[in-house]
Design a protein around this ligand. Sequence first.
Ligand SMILES: NC(=O)c1ccc[n+]([C@@H]2O[C@H](COP(=O)([O-])OP(=O)(O)OC[C@H]3O[C@@H](n4cnc5c(N)ncnc54)[C@H](O)[C@@H]3O)[C@@H](O)[C@H]2O)c1
Length: 233
Amino acid sequence: MAGGTAIVTGAAGGLGGAIGERLAAAGHELLLVDLDQAVETVAAAAGARSLVADLTKAEGVEAVLASAGGDVAVLVNNAGITRDARATKMEEAAFAAVIEINLVAAMRLTLALEPRYRDGAAVINMSSRASLGNFGQANYSASKSGLVGFGRALAQRWAPRVRVNALAPSLVDTPMTQAMPPEVLEKMVARIPAGRIGSPDDVAGTVAFLASPEAAYITGQVVFACGGRSVAP
Ligand SMILES: NC(=O)c1ccc[n+]([C@@H]2O[C@H](COP(=O)([O-])OP(=O)(O)OC[C@H]3O[C@@H](n4cnc5c(N)ncnc54)[C@H](O)[C@@H]3O)[C@@H](O)[C@H]2O)c1
């Protein structure tokens, strides 16, 4: 489905920029949203509009509604953070912060846009292979499996007008993973059957597919774009 506005959150980040490029190539008018002002540079390069907004705040969601002129064809809930720690040592603030942006903010924006989705629109929630459970990421895993449940519930309710799917990458080469200690990252990459870390393009291509008419019969699903990590021990 070409045309219509595509909104990508967390678009200043490694994945968001690549997703924006693919959706622009598919003919969508892009609105790139991020807390980080760097989103303006990413948007300028992609010929897109940008919005600096904190999606954990009601004003941030209102600003997206005001900026997303016309019908919404695609929403990619991609903004996210990690605050890793051993579960028993994790501070409550670290649980709350991760759930708030990764899950609650995505829910709020998805629901606020409900009257604006065009027929055949696609919502894509950026989950993670960590939704299956990751050591040191109890908060992040909870937020990412929460997104899956949220999407499944909506997919039933909103079909056939709007499709809702989740995407679950494993490690992708972005600032989020570049911040990890190299020896930890190396060990984790060794467990990916594909034998390499994912590239932002690996993930962006799957988002573009889920947003396209080729995925018209896919809703309420989780696509593991993770090099087989979800089936590895
Ligand atoms: N990189 C990976 O290995 C990987 C793997 C699986 C899933 N993911 C998920 O993919 C998504 C993108 O990850 P990334 O690697 O590009 O990370 P990133 O840190 O490069 O980008 C995330 C972006 O979200 C933005 N953001 C954070 N809080 C926000 C808020 N309150 N309002 C608006 N924007 C906010 C940040 O400013 C940042 O630009 C995340 O949801 C992440 O959990 C990443």
